[in-house]
Design a protein around this ligand. Structure first.
Ligand code: ADP
Ligand code: ZN
Ligand code: ZN
Length: 746
């Protein structure tokens, strides 16, 4: 790493500025030399065109491709010390790996206040307290300073002291405070706003659970290797106590005065999860999630970077949190799709976690009941240690899936009669039921019964979803909304009917079938209000019989001890999809939902409705479980030369006009094939082909796929393609992006 401080003053600074261009911009240093000398990681203010922007010094050099006299000087340096070196390393790695502009990567990976030029330092606040002298009767010297006397009187009423802001809000001044301090009557303490070192003891607030044998074996294996890069896959069925293993591993790590970084899926960082961590440790747990204010985010970042926060837990972007004393990285539910960012810098937080743990030489723990085929294959190959938890901590093993044939049977709100009957029995026994349906809204679309017209989006090749609360048609791909038509726009018939079921319709049906039982619908629409989800779950945890109807928001992480029956309304989504990962993702989802059943005192049942009860993949999942299906899918992927046995990169191109996109796609493919030939790379260039949804948001979408057995060759071809596109004038009229290791082909 060329990150050593460079002295004397370099003639050229290579600076990453927030632009999509994949290069550094050269500047001259300004007159004032930063305290520690010029070095990579310092933020600077620089002129860019007619704007002033915040950039980051990446290289200190004495030469430039431009003549030195033409370089503009840096306006000012914003930092006394560079931003954390581990953070800069990770950003440079990510920019290189994902073929993304470094300037934009750094920009996306820092808290917004740093982007705006704020200092990275612990925010402190002043607390003013009365001294022993001040507590005696007011000395005569205050008789001529009535405001000071009033101020002292107020502070005497607050034995804990008051913070400056609160005092100034009472229209006292700083001068009055200082005058009292000079007389020895009050004293000012500074306290850090983020986790303070005093609180960072490493004791446990709540005792650890005694582990079962499998957990103990796993933990012992982890304990053995707290130094060095040791990637492990903790492969444990739902409810097998993986979190307990994480907690005890973290205990060991912070006991050695190192930090633990824990990643959880977007919907996994619930107050329930956080509370579990906070209850266990006396040390502060810093949480990074979308609900934080800019100041809280900066504080959390600073607390992690300075080492004052021993435990950091967060969603995808938390992988970019700097750590002063990294000790372990844990990725919970490592298969989860939310770890992949789907725009801008298209990184996968789990894959960056692997790179980062390797760089820091620390252990990495990937946990899942349904590991991604990528991680599973690496465990089978012996690259990752494979730790298994096969039994639940509670009494009951995860329930097997029972397939329910939908063919030729009438449905009510998506459910067939025998399923409704089982539901009734379960509720009568005083238990709770979870109905999983992966479509929000009332119905997937609206249809004309007379002529067959379907409500389609004007801007996408997609149907519009019918919503009842409030009533409208909405496109889930572009967010366009339309009022419900009174009559069919094609034939004028008023016989318009909803087609299929979404969460709202199933909720409505169940409420009508079971009028005395509360029905809680949990999807993106019903949980827009903050805390709505937590409130509903708190109600559910009280244990009264109830029905939960929800999308995948319900599938993950939640411990719902009173649910004994899970119903999957339709298991067929992934079975015949064109995307080769669809089946893997849908099996993971079904297994995760099924895992909500029977986690406490009573055993569970899982009913899975399908139109394809003979499908061999679905049968394998039902009869032998996810691991068996995963093994089968891996064999199929190997035979078909697909990931994880091959590496992919997907170039996506889009523009309002089809002809523009197709012209550029053809040129790019031709140029790339020629380059591949010249360099004799073993890279296949497939396409261009229209994207699965050609028209989306009124733009035409095209894709070009790159596939290779060797990562280095894929990267060489990808880097060349990106440079070609950056230099091609036609590419300015097209929006394009290269997705390395794409998770979906959409
Ligand atoms: P996972 O993360 O594998 O889904 P959890 O860690 O959430 O599983 O554990 C499921 C339930 O089992 C939790 O209620 C947890 O408190 C309990 N549990 C975990 N380990 C033990 C143990 N060793 N002894 C008793 N209960 C345990
Ligand atoms: Zn019609
Ligand atoms: Zn649309």
């Amino acid at each position: 790493m060329p990150d050593s401080p460079c002295r004397p003053v370099p003639r050229v600074l290579g600076i990453a500025v927030p632009t999509p261009l994949r290069r550094l911009f050269d500047y001259r240093p300004c007159k004032e030399v930063p305290a520690g000398g010029w070095q990579p990681g310092l933020r600077v203010q620089v002129p860019l065109g007619r704007r002033e922007v915040v950039g980051v010094v990446v290289e200190c050099r004495d030469a430039s491709e431009l003549s030195l006299s033409r370089l503009r000087p840096v306006t000012s340096c914003l930092d006394e010390a560079p931003l954390p070196a581990d953070w800069l390393w990770l950003c440079r790695f990510a920019a290189r790996y994902y073929q993304h502009a470094l300037g934009d990567t750094l920009h996306q990976a820092m808290p917004s206040l740093l982007r705006q030029g704020r200092a990275l330092e612990a925010r402190t606040r002043e607390r003013w307290c009365v001294t022993a002298a001040g507590r005696e009767d007011a000395p005569p010297s205050l008789t001529r300073a009535p405001r000071q006397a009033e101020l002292l009187a107020m502070l005497r009423q607050h034995p804990q002291g008051m913070v400056s802001q609160a005092i100034l809000a009472q229209s006292f001044t700083r001068d009055q405070l200082r005058a009292l301090a000079d007389k020895g009557l009050v004293v000012c303490h500074e306290e850090a706003l983020a986790a303070s070192p005093a609180a960072a003891g490493c004791g446990l607030a709540e005792p650890a659970l005694p582990l079962n044998r499998e957990q103990a074996v796993a933990l012992a294996a982890l304990h053995e290797r707290l130094d060095g890069f040791h990637p492990c896959l903790l492969h444990g069925v739902t409810g097998s106590g993986k979190t307990e293993v994480y907690l005890q591993l973290i205990e060991a790590v912070i006991g050695r005065h190192r930090q633990a970084l824990v990643l959880v899926p977007e919907i996994g960082l619930t107050p329930q999860t956080l509370a579990r961590f906070r209850r266990r440790f006396r040390a502060p747990v810093v949480a990074l999630h979308s609900g934080l204010s800019d100041h809280q985010r900066l504080d959390a970042w600073e607390a992690a970077a300075s080492g004052r926060a021993p435990i950091i837990i967060g969603t995808r972007s938390a992988i970019f949190t700097p750590l002063a004393r990294p000790g372990v990285i844990i990725v919970d539910e490592e298969h989860d799709g939310s770890y992949k960012q789907q725009d801008g810098l298209r990184y996968h937080a789990r894959d960056l976690a692997v790179a980062r743990a390797h760089h820091h030489r620390i252990p990495l723990l990937l946990g899942s009941a349904t590991p991604s085929l990528e991680s599973l294959q690496r465990a089978l190959d012996g690259d990752y240690r494979h730790l298994r938890l096969t039994r639940r901590a509670s009494r009951h093993a995860p329930a097997r899936l029972e397939l329910v044939d939908l063919r030729g049977r009438p449905r009510q709100g998506g459910l067939v009669a025998p399923v409704v009957e089982t539901l009734r029995e379960t509720l009568a026994a005083g238990h709770q039921v979870l109905v999983f349906i992966n479509r929000r809204g009332f119905a997937p679309t609206l249809a004309c019964h007379a002529c067959g017209w379907l409500a389609e989006c004007d801007h996408c090749d997609a149907r519009m979803t019918l919503h009842r609360q409030p009533p409208l048609l909405a496109c889930h791909h572009c967010d366009r909304r339309r009022a419900l038509p009174d009559a069919c726009p094609e034939c004028g018939s008023v016989d318009l009917r909803p087609l299929g079921s979404g969460t709202e319709r199933t909720e409505e049906t169940l409420a009508a079938l079971f009028p005395d039982i509360p029905v809680h619908r949990i999807d993106r629409d019903s949980t827009r209000r903050r805390d709505a989800l937590e409130q509903m779950l708190a109600e559910v945890r009280r244990g009264e019989p109830c029905l939960l109807v929800g999308t995948q928001m319900l599938a993950k992480g939640h411990h719902l001890p009173h649910v004994t029956l899970v119903v999957v309304v339709n298991a067929d989504a992934g079975l015949y999809a064109s995307d080769f990962r669809a089946l893997e993702h849908s099996a993971q989802l079904i297994e995760q939902v099924a895992g909500r059943a029977g986690r406490a005192a009573h055993p569970g049942r899982v009913l899975v409705q399908t139109l394809h009860s003979d499908d061999p993949h679905l049968r394998l999942l039902a009869e032998q479980g996810y691991d068996a299906l995963a093994g089968q899918l891996l064999e199929e992927r190997r035979a078909a030369h697909l990931p994880p046995f091959r590496f992919l990169a997907l170039l996506r191109l889009e523009a309002p006009r089809e002809a523009t996109v197709v012209a550029l796609g053809d040129l790019a493919a031709e140029a790339l094939r020629q380059r591949i030939g010249e360099r004799s790379l073993a890279v296949d260039c497939l396409g261009p082909v229209p994207a699965p949804m050609e028209r989306r948001q009124n733009r035409y979408h095209l894709q070009l796929m790159l596939a290779a057995d060797r990562r280095s060759q894929l990267h060489e071809a990808g880097a060349w393609l990106v440079a070609w596109l950056e230099g091609h004038p036609e590419a300015r009229r097209v929006r394009w992006s290269l997705d390395i290791d794409p998770q979906t082909l959409a």
